[in-house]
Structure formats: structure tokens, C-alpha cells
Design a protein around this ligand. Structure first.
Ligand SMILES: C[S@@+](CC[C@H](N)C(=O)[O-])C[C@H]1O[C@@H](n2cnc3c(N)ncnc32)[C@H](O)[C@@H]1O
Length: 264
């Protein structure tokens, strides 16, 4: 059975028809400790790419694309996304395309980003091979994702709530940063990793509940099943915040920097 986490049509039409779900999830990280300027960290790495075009694969609402355009007015920064509704928010130039088949010639892109997106690709190995194919020999790829254990407390609570309401729980995605590092090592001579461990301590139940609600299309549950689990989840998060003053969860996010694509 295809996972709702990688099925293209639900991704385009339900999970990412517009930036709202993504922005709801991003909003909770204002409570992260220590604070993390991920956009700045990504941009700083791409500042070391050789002169030339940058390609933001799975650009979403264009947060990284626009930051790179602001910081590097001399470069062309192209947004690329599976969802028309997302690509439209990136501003020009933006392309609607699939990471598994980039509409780009071999060896012409100085820097590629794949931020929080490879776990949505049905064949991530193919997507990583595409990043290597389009890159110049001296180019740079930046991959960002969570590693195992990220949001373990939220995931565990959600799993309990799904089970308590008679639903079938599914892990969001089996592909984490460590898995991506293995894929990258098959396609690049050099892969370096930087981890940013932290925790998010939210003094209000609402952003936590809004975050979970934004994952409806990725849950694999019917609307009725999701609503039942959501009611249970909301009650438990509210109770935790009433009891302790906060809801806290672990963050395990990291950046891979890959250089020297291996040509077959
Ligand atoms: C979690 S969002 C991340 C967006 C952006 N990179 C960021 O960090 O803000 C994932 C994005 O990947 C896009 N996406 C999913 N599968 C894709 C694919 N096969 N090819 C290109 N984009 C894809 C989605 O439409 C969505 O906009």
C-alpha cells in the first residue's frame, strides 16, 4: 500500500495545496531551545558554493529560496516543487516538477537544497542521484531533515491516541537524516553532517494541537478516525500543559553537506 507520506496526489492536493500546513508546523519551533536559525544555517553553507545557479528542490513556500535570493542577488535561485500551489508562493523563477526527474541538464547547478523533503519522495535514492547528476563537479548539495527520535514525545502520544480510539497508527516516514546520509554517501565523495539537538518547550496547548492537526493528510486515517484521535490528543496535551505548564518534545534535526558528485 502506498504511504500517504509519499503518494504524490495526496501530497499535492491535501498536504501541500498551499503553505498553511507547513507554516503551522514551522510556527511551533519559535519555542525551540536553543533557538535555531535553520534558514541562516542553510544559506551560510550555500554561500560556499561556486558561482552559478542554485536549485531549491521541494522549495515549499519558498522560505529558503527567497532568503538565498536576498543574500545572493548575483545568483539565479530556482524554486522547484511538486505542488503548483506551493511553487506559486516561491516567486519567479519557480518550476513544478518532481525531485525524481529534475528538468535540468547534467552538471549545471552550483548548489542544490533539499530541505525537509526527501522523506516525501517515493524513491529517495533516485532523488539523491538526481541531485548529484545536475550538480557541477565543484558544486554543493545541502540536505536537511530530522533524525530518529525527533518529536518522539509527540509521536508516542499520537500513537497512543490513535490506538485508544481504535485506529491503526503508521509511522510518518522511515527515512531519517541518518538514512539520507547513507544514500548521499553512494552518490558523493564527501558528505559531512552537522547535528542541532534541542527541545521545544511550548507553554500553550494550542500550537501543539495545531501542529498535529496539520498532519491530517499524512496520517493515513479516515477523517472520522483522525477526528477521534485528535479529540483524545487535544485532551491529553491540554492536561499535560495544565499539570506542568508546558508541553515539551525532543528535536533532532541536522544538515548534510555533500560535495564531489560521483559520476557513473
Ligand atoms: C515539508 S515541505 C518543505 C518545504 C521547504 N523545503 C521548507 O523547508 O520550507 C516539503 C515540500 O516538498 C514538496 N514535495 C514533496 N514531494 C516532492 C517531490 N517528489 N518532488 C518535489 N517536491 C516534492 C512538497 O510539495 C512540499 O512543498
Amino acid at each position: 500500500m502506498t504511504s500517504p507520506f509519499t503518494a504524490r496526489r495526496p501530497l499535492r492536493e491535501r498536504a501541500y495545496p498551499d503553505p498553511s500546513n507547513l507554516e503551522t508546523r514551522r510556527a511551533v519551533y519559535r519555542f525551540r531551545r536553543p533557538p535555531l536559525d535553520l534558514v541562516g544555517e542553510v544559506a551560510a553553507r550555500l554561500a560556499t558554493a561556486p558561482p552559478g545557479t542554485l536549485l531549491d528542490v521541494g522549495s515549499g513556500s519558498g522560505v529558503h529560496t527567497r532568503a538565498l535570493r536576498d543574500r545572493h542577488p548575483d545568483r539565479t535561485v530556482i524554486g522547484l516543487d511538486l505542488s503548483h500551489g506551493m511553487a506559486g508562493h516561491t516567486g519567479p523563477p519557480a518550476v513544478v516538477a518532481d525531485a525524481e526527474a529534475l528538468p535540468v541538464a547534467d552538471g549545471v547547478v552550483a548548489g542544490c537544497l533539499a530541505v525537509h523533503m526527501l522523506y516525501h519522495v517515493p524513491r529517495p535514492r533516485l532523488a539523491v542521484a538526481e541531485l548529484a547528476r545536475v550538480l557541477t563537479d565543484d558544486g554543493l548539495v545541502v540536505i536537511v531533515a530530522q533524525d530518529g527520535g525527533d518529536r518522539a514525545e509527540v509521536e508516542g502520544l499520537w500513537r497512543d491516541c490513535v490506538h485508544a480510539t481504535g485506529g491503526e497508527w503508521r509511522r510518518e516516514s522511515p527515512l531519517d537524516l541518518s538514512g539520507m546520509a547513507v544514500l548521499a554517501a553512494d552518490h558523493f565523495e564527501s558528505v559531512t553532517r552537522h547535528d542541532f539537538p534541542g527541545e521545544t518547550v511550548v507553554p500553550d496547548w494550542r500550537p501543539v494541537v495545531a501542529y498535529q492537526e496539520s498532519t491530517r493528510a499524512l496520517s493515513g486515517l479516515s477523517d472520522a478516525g483522525f477526528d477521534a484521535a485528535m479529540a483524545e490528543f487535544t485532551a491529553r496535551v491540554r492536561s499535560e500543559v495544565a499539570r506542568t505548564g508546558v508541553f515539551r518534545f525532543t528535536n533532532r534535526v541536522g544538515i548534510l553537506t555533500a560535495r564531489r558528485p560521483l559520476r557513473s
